[in-house]
Ligand binder design. Structure first.
Ligand code: UDP
Length: 386
């Protein structure tokens, strides 16, 4: 009799830990006789409020392997992560390596799986921003090229892969040479449905004296924004202006990198201005349920995050994207997101557009809330065929 499907899940960054919660719930529902999952944490994000706290909050099993490589320099870090993951593959010999998204941890796992000839399953495959100068875009493409399963959250992602020459209709048992492209829906939507009710218990609005629809929520953490002082400065002053223009507070849970860059020479004045500004609430990174509560009740969201863009949409809140492009192009096409880059004028115009426009009911762009079950069903079906 065929043993259980053994999955090595590699996470490293906050959004991956959050996405892993959806698969983990689905694996638990199937039971250990069918699916056994081991979690490896690369340590890419290592602060408790960016990593450890999420395992407890989302009910995710603690990682069995922690490479603790977050402190390494970025260039060496991917290589060191790949070495650690390769060793885990040698030791555990899993049936499949499961990765999420587009971070250095994702790439490291893809490289290690390739070397060890372990099939790779990529969740959030096929996403493209078509900006090859973004490190995330490089990671996405390299990971998709090495995958045996490409689990796409949207039809746009499937079409992107088709345009790159993938046989998106291929059936039968997949292999690295003949990978399976599958439209599964988005595991973040699964999570959003699962956690939305629980987020109602969050006390974060009360703690910061915020009223529903009475504030703007902003997040900024992309390297493109944090590591270009003129962009970071422009964004922060644009957020401060919003309060002056509309009289609503701007809530800004600060990613550790953003805080560090704001505190660096040249931009330290901006951090002081933010700290002293009566309309800006600087917060530490929020826990997931607090973040969902903040997103759901915001008048609108301004963000350069991929995940926050979508979560706002799931919750019916429009988004100003603080980037020149997005991999979630359907949000822009359906009018729920406006690209404003780090340009204060475009940001102000986009905010005005949303404040004075009623949006239609959000269309079902990201599946039905069962993406994780679908992903495991695909992997199990290939496992049973062996
Ligand atoms: N998030 C959070 N607390 C925060 C900011 C974001 O829990 O202070 C969550 C957010 O709800 C979403 C995920 O982190 O689920 C998005 O991750 P992030 O913005 O770090 O990365 P990206 O999605 O851009 O890869």
């Amino acid at each position: 009799m065929q043993g259980p499907l053994r999955i090595l899940t590699v996470v490293g960054a906050r959004p991956q830990i959050i996405k892993a919660a959806a698969i983990s719930r689905a694996a638990e529902a199937l039971g250990a006789a069918r699916v056994q999952q081991t979690i490896l944490h690369t340590g890419q994000h290592y602060d408790d409020d960016m990593s450890r706290d999420f395992f407890a909050e989302l009910g995710l099993p603690e990682p069995a392997i922690d490479l603790a490589l977050g402190y390494d320099k970025q260039g060496d870090r991917t290589t060191r992560m790949a070495e650690g993951i390769r060793q885990a593959l040698k030791d555990l010999k899993p049936d499949v390596v499961l990765v999420y998204g587009d971070t250095d941890s994702t790439l490291a796992a893809a490289l290690a799986a390739d070397d060890e000839k372990t099939p790779l399953a990529h969740v959030e495959a096929g996403l493209r921003s078509y900006d090859e100068s973004m490190p995330e875009e490089f990671n996405r493409i390299e990971c998709d090229r090495r995958a045996t399963w490409l689990f796409c959250p949207t039809t746009v992602a499937v079409e992107n892969l088709r345009m790159e020459g993938f046989h998106v209709e291929a059936t039968g048992t997949p292999s690295r040479e003949r990978p399976a492209v599958r439209l599964t829906g988005d595991v973040m939507y699964d999570n959003s449905l699962h956690f939305a009710c629980r987020a109602e218990g969050s006390g974060i609005l009360r703690a910061h004296d915020l009223s529903p629809r009475g504030y703007f929520l902003a997040t900024v953490h992309r390297v493109r924004n944090t590591d270009a002082p003129e962009r970071l400065e422009a964004l922060m002053y644009a957020l401060m202006d919003l309060h002056e223009l509309h009289g609503m507070p701007v809530v800004l849970p600060l990613h550790p990198r953003t805080r560090a860059r704001l505190g660096a020479i040249g931009t330290a004045g901006v951090l002081r201005a933010l700290d002293a500004h009566p309309g800006v609430r600087l917060l530490p990174p929020a826990g997931f349920l607090d973040m969902v509560a903040l997103e759901r009740n915001a008048r609108l969201v301004l963000t350069d995050s991929g995940g926050v863009q979508k979560e706002a949409f799931f919750l019916g809140v429009p988004v100003v994207v603080l980037r020149a492009e997005t991999e979630w192009t359907e949000l822009v096409e359906h009018g729920w997101a406006i690209l404003a880059d780090a340009d204060p004028e475009r940001i102000a115009t986009a905010v005005n557009t949303f404040l004075f426009t009623d949006l239609a009911v959000p269309p079902p762009l990201y599946g039905d809330g069962h993406a994780a079950e679908r992903i495991l069903a695909e992997l199990l079906s290939a496992h049973t065929d062996q």
